[in-house]
Design a protein around this ligand. Structure first.
Ligand code: PMV
Length: 362
């Protein structure tokens, strides 16, 4: 059992020079969804995601030794250059929860500047990119102070573990191309505690796959993912869902290895609708899709039928539609999106995204 608690990670404040660390980390799109958790951010089923590129968060952590011995987290937080109390509160809570992993956090005053590549109100969930960027900064801080994470694999694993504690899905953003989170007997080394890289296990067609995100609505979600996960605890279909996610994961891994786009796309769409089906059949029931979401889905299916092109959709916990397709049909799909799908988007907003190389230190 991995346990990163380490009381010896304390710094010599008298000799510590102020400094800063910046990471850019992308969002990710789950093909097999994580929905339902237990314990300390542990998933009820394994999930598999594609790592994105153009939807990312930049996070800069500036640090200096505290002048007092007060162990409380000392933080100033800026989002797009503006102080942001709501985000600050969430980050303070998160930092408090990891002080047994990074005890030096109690000794520092931190100023964090964070910003997303996508408009804040675009309806794109940013917790995966934001929490992974922050986790990477914390691991870099540890390595800078103690040289304890020089091994890249160990660094990534710890960053993934820490990111998970901030937001479950964030643990998958650490790796390029694709990542799997959750123990799954067919994937050696897989764990509920951190994600593992899957780049080598997927066909190269997925290394350049597109995921254009259509912003059907940028309204804040009526029901948060936190509440959605909680509702799974009493959901009548929960156990069947967890078993089905595992069953599908087996077929998805096989399809992604071979580059079988039809099976991949069929599973991706089914997972998206299952996620929303679980929301609709929760008690209380809720609906995050909008009429535009359904229209876009129908158009994508019609386009696929008419042209035979392997274009599929996915959804996150919101009304926006992810359009998934291989690089080789970009010149057919982009005009289709612009002409037929953008009319259903709020202010014609969309984000052109694709599978990416994972986080970078800036
Ligand atoms: O990471 P959370 O707690 O925000 O949950 C995210 C859940 C989904 O995005 C709906 C699915 C997933 O696996 O990313």
């Amino acid at each position: 059992m991995v346990d990163y608690k380490n009381p010896s990670l304390v710094v010599e404040t008298a000799s510590l020079e102020p400094g800063d660390i910046t990471w850019r980390s992308p969002s990710n799109l789950a093909i097999i969804k994580y929905w339902g958790k237990h314990g300390k951010q542990l998933p009820k089923n394994p999930s598999l995601s594609l790592t994105l590129s153009s939807a990312f968060t930049d996070t800069k952590v500036e640090y200096r030794p505290k002048e007092t011995g007060d162990p409380a987290i000392s933080l100033e937080f800026f989002f797009h250059q503006e102080p942001n109390e709501a985000f600050k509160e969430r980050v303070v809570k998160f930092l408090e929860s990891v002080t047994d992993i990074f005890p030096f956090l109690k000794q520092l005053h931190l100023t964090i500047h964070s910003g997303n590549s996508f408009p804040h109100s675009s309806g794109i969930a940013s917790s995966a990119s934001a929490m992974s960027a922050l986790a990477l900064c914390l691991c870099s801080l540890e390595d800078r102070f103690f040289n304890t994470l020089e091994d890249d694999e160990e660094f990534d694993r710890k960053a993934s573990y820490v990111a998970r504690l901030g937001s479950g899905s964030a643990c998958r953003s650490i790796y390029p191309v694709a990542a799997l989170w959750g123990e799954f007997s067919e994937v050696p080394g897989s764990s509920d505690l951190f994600a593992v890289p899957m780049q080598e296990q997927v066909h190269e067609v997925f290394h350049s796959f597109h995921d254009d995100i259509l912003i059907v609505s940028s309204e804040p979600k009526a029901v948060s993912s936190r509440v959605g996960h909680e509702l799974m605890d009493t959901h009548p279909f929960a156990e069947a869902r967890y078993a089905d996610a595992r069953r599908r994961l087996h077929f998805l891994l096989e399809a992604m290895k071979k580059g079988d786009l039809e099976t991949f796309g069929t599973i991706a769409e089914n997972e998206a609708l299952t996620l929303h089906g679980l929301m609709m059949s929760s008690n209380p029931s809720y609906l995050l899709m909008k009429p535009g979401t359904i229209s876009v889905i129908e158009r994508i299916r019609e386009f696929r039928k008419e042209t035979g092109h392997p274009v599929y959709f996915s959804l996150d916990a919101g009304p926006n539609v992810h359009v998934l397709y291989p690089e080789e049909i970009i010149y057919e799909v982009r005009p289709f999106i612009e002409e037929q799908l953008l009319p259903f988007c709020e202010d014609n907003q969309w984000l052109q995204d694709w599978v990416g190389d994972g986080p970078v230190e800036l």
